[in-house]
Design a protein around this ligand. Structure first.
Ligand code: ADP
Ligand code: MG
Length: 669
């Protein structure tokens, strides 16, 4: 009996030990899995890191690319398109104006009545979806549909369709257009869901104008703009300090007010105001400083436009939800914290940004909204609280990066135009010299207006990058429906058109000028027929091709002769020496402007550019002016990391050494 009892006791003890071992084993395994998931999150956080230092690098890169895009056609991933909008609404506009807005989520028709004195703009708006078959059919059908909608809209209002006075119409057309005047432009390509073949390469406003005539509408297409320009116009109508507009909705883009003399690629551009709005197409911005993750790389590769719109793919509403989906998928594959992998997680864009935002902003203690969305949208039921918290964290990391990069982009614009408190990239003035002017930026788009966390992170980053003293002077104004209303306002401010004069429309980079005696011989040592270039070689090749572009822009401009006797802040005047070059260097943070005046010599410029590169000075803009025997090189350079020179004097000296070297090598006297 006693034996039996003992046996039972031992048996129970053994069983208990086995159960305990099982439980411990499971715990260890689940801890390992949890660790893996936390590892995925940690890796995401690290690769999305946007320290202020990194954001400042993005700011610099944006300003540099803006310069390059203005210097020559194709000089940068930023297209920096001319809009020919040379004045912005001032608030004094009067009368009734119409606008059409095509290219956003909806097609809209608008009418505004302006009373002067910055009167309230309270547009009548009618919204219409574009029937799907019209998006891929014939252009005539699309424009007839637009004209009919406008016709009905006008009839409903108090205006007569048969009015004797021509009404002015603003047309917001948010597709890439090569503008030829403020009221005309050629469609480069369709984007979004549109694909009307016969329209590509055709004049857009003309097609609309003809459709208006077919409907008997006495209207003139006064301006053809994109949505950012409309937003800038409305922003400026309400606040005269507005210098830029940014859209952060399904996509993202920005435009700003630029001095015409800074638009180097368009020599001889004259406007009565001295300025023009430039459409940056900033969604395509790219820089190696952007914090890129494996999820971004996959998203890009699987997109219909790989290698395109890199900045947009990290920032805009179209993509944020999908980045989050990809991270959840990876976690789900690496562990079972989300149960078996849901097939919904493999569906591109299954998680839309508004749903992602709702999870991010769920402030209930049990995160019930997160649970609901995971269940309803991604088909993942019964997610434990710990994992729900993880999902919120993923949303936070992705949105924070997006908002902070958008902020860096905005500061990049401010830097380019000298409104960031540093005096611009070529100003050479120190922070303390600058009296910062009040500066307003108009912002539009649901990602910014509807997503509180995004907005707050953007503002926070502006503070961090600009600092308390400067950010006080920078105002972000939300405009409502600027893309449409702004076009009506621009129709008003451009109704007496013809203010933009083109003395000549010489576009740098578009043509070769072989007359100059400075010729670029491409010194590519990496070209091996039949052998593909490495990535590094390809970059170098692209860079050299870009430099060739710039070098081809040899301008022989009489007006620029005054530069020949410049007032030089930092000169290396060696007119006594045999070389007789006059070198002026102005430095501002990571940029320097060089002006080098010397006798014309063949083939020196390419060697000089190579020499600058070796000094770790990257040429971002170059102009050559020749007069008589002399040549003036105006060169903007970026001072790369690892450059040994710290002052303008040191740069001037090194450049002189390079020139001397070239001279000795060539045996010039
Ligand atoms: P569009 O860019 O088409 O002109 P919007 O400016 O309204 O239109 O932006 C729409 C985009 O904004 C949507 O694609 C979506 O990604 C994002 N969005 C809309 N509502 C929200 C929201 N509540 N939270 C976060 N993102 C939103
Ligand atoms: Mg929009």
């Amino acid at each position: 009996m006693g034996k039996v009892v003992l046996g039972v006791t031992v048996g129970v003890a053994v069983a208990a030990c086995a159960v305990a071992a099982l439980v411990v084993g499971r715990r260890v395994r689940s801890r390992k899995k949890w660790k893996r998931v936390v590892g995925v999150l940690k890796e995401l956080e690290e690769s999305c890191e946007t320290t202020v230092g990194r954001l400042r690098q993005v700011v610099d890169a944006m300003a540099v690319e803006m310069h390059a895009g203005l210097a020559s056609e194709g000089g940068s991933k930023l297209k920096m398109l001319l809009t020919f909008v040379d004045n912005l609404p001032s608030g004094s506009e009067k009368g009734i104006f119409y606008a059409l807005d095509l290219g956003g989520t909806n097609f809209r028709v608008l009418r505004v009545e302006l009373g002067g004195q910055r009167s309230n703009v309270d547009p009548d708006v009618e919204q219409q979806p574009i029937p799907e078959q019209l998006m891929t059919g014939r252009s005539e059908d699309l424009f007839d549909f637009i004209a009919s909608t406008l016709h009905r809209f006008v009839e409903k209002g108090n205006d007569s369709v048969q009015y004797s006075i021509t009404k002015e119409l603003g047309f917001t057309f948010s597709f890439p257009v090569k503008q030829t005047s403020v009221s005309s432009g050629v469609l480069i390509k369709w984007t979004k869901a549109f694909a009307i073949k016969d329209m590509v390469g055709k004049e857009v406003a003309g097609a609309l104008q003809q459709a208006l005539a077919r409907k008997g509408l006495n209207m003139r297409v006064a301006v053809l703009v994109n949505d950012t320009v409309g937003t800038l116009a409305l922003g400026h109508y309400h606040d005269a300090d507005t210098v830029a507009a940014v859209i952060i909705g399904t996509g993202t883009n920005a435009c700003y007010w630029e001095r015409t003399d800074a638009i180097i690629k368009c020599q001889g551009l004259l406007t009565t105001s001295g300025g023009m709005v430039v459409n940056m197409e900033w969604g395509n911005f790219w820089s190696s400083h952007l914090p890129r993750t494996s999820y971004d790389i996959d998203l890009d590769a699987e997109s219909p436009n790989p290698n395109d719109q890199g900045f947009e793919k990290m920032i805009s509403g179209m993509y944020l939800g999908d980045i989050v989906r990809r991270v959840i998928l990876r976690m789900s594959e690496e562990s079972d914290i989300f149960g078996p992998v849901s097939s919904r997680l493999y569906v591109p864009f299954a998680l839309r940004t508004p749903a992602m935002a709702a999870m991010h902003e769920d402030d209930s203690p049990e995160l019930t909204e997160v649970a609901r969305i995971l269940q309803d949208v991604l088909d993942i039921p019964d997610v434990p609280l710990k994992a729900r918290k993880l999902v919120v964290k993923i949303c936070d990391v992705v949105t924070r990066r997006a908002a902070r990069l958008a902020a860096a982009g905005i500061v990049g614009i401010l830097k380019k135009i000298g409104r960031d408190g540093s005096g611009g990239i070529a100003g050479g003035r120190s922070r303390s010299d600058i009296k910062m002017r009040r500066t307003a930026v108009a912002v539009e788009g649901s990602l910014y207006t509807q997503y509180t966390m995004f907005r707050e992170y953007l503002h926070e980053a502006l503070h961090e990058i600009l600092g308390e003293d400067i950010v006080r002077h920078v105002v972000i104004n939300v405009t409502e429906d600027g893309s449409g209303t702004g076009a009506a306002l621009l129709a008003a401010s451009h109704s007496s058109s013809g203010s933009v004069q083109l003395i000549s429309f010489y576009t740098v980079g578009a043509s070769n000028n072989d007359d100059g005696d400075e010729q670029m011989t491409e010194t590519s040592t990496t070209d091996r027929p039949g052998v593909a270039r490495t990535e590094e070689e390809e970059q170098e090749h692209q860079r050299m091709a870009h430099v060739t572009y710039l070098l081809n822009a040899i301008v022989d401009n009489e007006q620029m002769k005054f530069f020949i006797f410049p007032k030089l802040p930092t000169q290396c005047d060696n007119s006594q020496s045999s070389m007789a070059a006059n070198i002026e260097v102005t430095m501002a943070e990571t940029h320097a402007d060089l002006k080098i005046l010397l006798k014309k010599r063949p083939r020196r410029l390419s060697k000089l550019v190579g020499g600058l590169q070796r000094l770790k000075l990257t040429v971002i803009n170059l102009n050559v002016t020749t007069a008589d025997e002399m040549a003036l090189y105006s060169i903007s350079v970026k001072i790369e990391e690892g450059c040994r020179m710290n002052t303008a004097d040191e740069i001037a000296e090194s450049v002189e050494q390079v020139l001397l070297g070239i001279q000795q090598e060539a045996g010039f006297s």
